[in-house]
Ligand binder design. Structure first.
Ligand code: HEC
Length: 255
């Protein structure tokens, strides 16, 4: 009896240790939604896990996703890993406790086996992605999808009460709020616009359904709330891409 009890404990202890180890050897791979939608991630990740024993969870690439590996066409500082049509996908490891495991994933992806795994992904008998590890990437203007015309209209509706978004509301806007043309001069304007709902003052009054948490009932928005979908924001980005950067006589100091 006593022996069986002790064996049981030992087994439980070993399970707990195995569980903790499994948890440590685990990374989240955030990728452009296109790669998740196509099924490439589902095809790649189990093969990597099988080889290395490192478990993986796919996640959409978005600000604050807390991922260990980032894969997408516009990943800052990423190295080219594969290509889909004209789009070169870049990948890099995020800084953090699991950077070493993330680097292992990137090494695997760039290796012959990883590159062959990408090339062998052919859902309808036709390969969708080509290996591109070691390829040179030209730094192109950021890729913006969406409809710029719709984006102008949406900018006027949603942003135009504070920002001068373009000639159509040139005389409106709030003086202390930077115009879109001024924001457009910033090297990282695209990142800022994509994440505007996380940047002050917007979180207090902005909702992106399915992305932002609902407002705290105890602290309702101080002004008329702004509700915008991710698709509307894509269109706004397409519009902002078309806005000529303000011609600033002095180097811009706006932070
Ligand atoms: C109620 C007023 C208001 C509305 C509505 C508003 N903004 Fe802003 N926005 C501001 C102010 C004020 C700033 C400057 C904040 C600062 O200087 O810290 C700003 C700054 C920004 C910035 C730069 C943020 C940064 O920290 O780099 C971006 C990008 C931006 N707004 C995008 C938008 C977009 C896109 C919309 C519409 C979908 C929008 N804003 C709607 C008031 C507003």
């Amino acid at each position: 009896m006593a022996i069986r009890w002790r064996l049981g404990l030992a087994a439980m202890f070993m399970l707990a240790v195995a569980g903790a180890q499994a948890q440590e050897r685990h990374i989240t791979v955030a990728a452009d939604p296109e790669l998740i939608g196509s099924g490439l991630l589902k095809h790649m990740l189990p093969r990597f896990s099988l080889k290395t024993g490192i478990r993986t969870t796919p996640a959409p690439l978005e600000p604050g996703a807390g991922a260990d590996v980032l894969i997408g066409p516009a990943v800052d500082g990423g190295r080219p890993v594969f290509r889909g049509g004209d789009i070169v996908y870049l990948a890099r490891a995020a800084e953090g406790p699991r950077t070493a495991l993330a680097e292992r994933f990137l090494d695997w992806l760039a290796s012959d086996i990883g590159q062959r795994t990408v090339a062998s992904f052919a859902p309808d008998g036709k390969p969708l992605y080509e290996p591109a590890a070691g390829a040179r990437v030209e730094v192109k203007a950021p890729t913006v999808t969406g409809d710029a015309m719709a984006g102008e209209r949406l900018s006027l509706v949603h942003c135009g009460r504070c920002h001068v978004v373009g000639p159509k509301n040139r005389m409106a806007g709030i003086g202390s709020t930077p115009s879109f043309a001024v924001l457009r001069t910033l090297g990282d304007w695209e990142r800022r616009f994509r994440a505007f709902f996380t940047l002050n003052p917007h979180p207090a009054f902005t909702q992106v359904p399915g992305v932002t948490p609902p407002f705290d009932e105890a602290r309702p928005p101080p002004i008329a709330p702004l509700e915008i979908t991710q698709g509307d924001l894509d269109a706004i980005l397409a519009y902002v891409a078309s806005v000529a950067p303000a011609d600033l006589a002095e180097p811009l100091k706006y932070e």
